[in-house]
Ligand binder design. Structure first.
Ligand SMILES: Nc1ncnc2c1ncn2[C@@H]1O[C@H](COP(=O)(O)OP(=O)(O)OP(=O)(O)O)[C@@H](O)[C@H]1O
Ligand SMILES: [Mg+2]
Length: 334
């Protein structure tokens, strides 16, 4: 079977690949409880690319990690529903999770070295993953590793497979990590700031590679970034997160061209219409709230230039603006 075989295009009636409903994530420590995710609703269609945008600490990585159940179980309280490809992720046993990770959903990170064991050759590690998940022979596993290195456009792939992780440059190890993530043909790829640590030219190459792979393989992708230009280039839809909630979501052109939530407007304020790659989110005056002591009303109200007394007491509910564009703000009509 070839890796590059495109999956069938999503039928209009097909159920979403990802459905998150009213997700809350809390972390307990002996002295405090951080409310990292506070009622997130999110869905993703087959073949769709969604970017989650937001300042540091807004709950982007925690949301992605919840989709893979990669949170410290004993200190984490989870509620809500997370479904991927019809499976209830929060109810999965450890055995089911092992099968789920890699085959249904896979994740790439900012730091590729964390994905590999430094003492084994990269090719062996990819082959081993394939063998474990698919029960194929070592020889077939190695053949697949070569195919994957070709897929992620690694030059001299046969030679590179014999390298140890530290022998690859930043861009090459990022490609190798993408190969590993794709080794079991996941339907969903989660990418948590995968290009942030790279220099600008390599960032663009990796981004274009991810975009091409997404199209070739027909995968769904959730991308996390601080970079508006990246969001603009790669995604179909954007969800904007603040203090563990999605405050606005819509198609890229709606969010970048007609942001309606004051927080999104703040993010887009600097030359939003000509968002360029490498342009980081503009700093909004003030600081995000303490997640252990969230405001009673809208979490953004203390920093919001449009806030009124109502915003300090009422948690805004999501309101549809048009099609798939919605925002949660009490001042939408103001
Ligand atoms: N394992 C954990 N234990 C306790 N608190 C955590 C844990 N993981 C995340 N948090 C807290 O949850 C909040 C949300 O973190 P998260 O990593 O999702 O932010 P983020 O939006 O990805 O930020 P960044 O852009 O900096 O990566 C933060 O306040 C963080 O300190
Ligand atoms: Mg993060």
């Amino acid at each position: 079977m070839t890796l590059a075989a495109a999956k069938p295009a999503a039928a209009a009636t097909q159920a979403p690949l990802v459905e998150i409903a009213d997700l809350t994530v809390r972390f307990r420590t002996p002295t405090r409880q951080a409310h990292a995710v506070n009622g997130v609703d999110l869905s993703l269609q087959h073949g769709e690319v969604l970017t989650i945008l937001g300042e540091s600490g807004s709950g982007k990585s925690v949301t992605l990690r919840t989709l893979m159940r990669l949170l410290p179980e004993r200190r984490t309280e989870l509620s809500g529903r997370v479904s991927v490809d019809g499976e209830d992720v929060l109810a999965m046993s450890q055995r089911q999770l092992i099968r789920f990770r890699g085959r249904t959903a896979s994740m790439i990170f900012q730091e590729p070295m964390l994905a590999f064991d430094p003492v084994y050759r990269i090719g062996e590690q990819i082959a081993e993953t394939v063998c474990r998940h698919e029960g194929v022979s070592r020889r077939e596993g190695m053949a697949r590793a070569l195919e994957l290195f070709e897929l992620v456009r690694i030059p001299s792939p046969q030679r590179r497979l014999a390298n140890y992780p530290h022998e690859l440059s930043g861009g090459m190890s990022q490609r190798a990590m993408i190969a590993l993530a794709l080794s079991c043909r996941p339907k969903l790829l989660l990418a948590d700031e995968p290009t942030t640590a790279l220099d600008a030219t390599v960032q663009i190459q990796i981004l274009l590679l991810l975009r091409d792979l997404q199209r070739e393989l027909g995968m769904s992708v959730i991308f996390v970034t601080h970079d508006m230009g990246v969001a603009n280039e790669i995604s179909d839809r954007i969800a904007v997160m603040y203090a563990g909630r999605i405050v606005e979501s819509g198609r890229v052109e709606e969010i970048i061209g007609q942001p309606r939530h004051p927080y999104t407007q703040g993010l887009m304020a600097s030359r939003a219409s000509e968002a360029q790659r490498g342009q980081r989110l503009q700093a909004i005056p003030g600081a995000p709230p303490d997640l252990a002591d969230l405001p009673h009303g809208c979490a953004f109200a203390p920093r919001c230039p449009q806030a009124t007394d109502e915003c300090l007491t009422a948690v805004p509910v999501a309101r549809t603006l048009s099609g798939s564009h919605w925002a949660a703000c009490c001042r939408l009509d103001a």
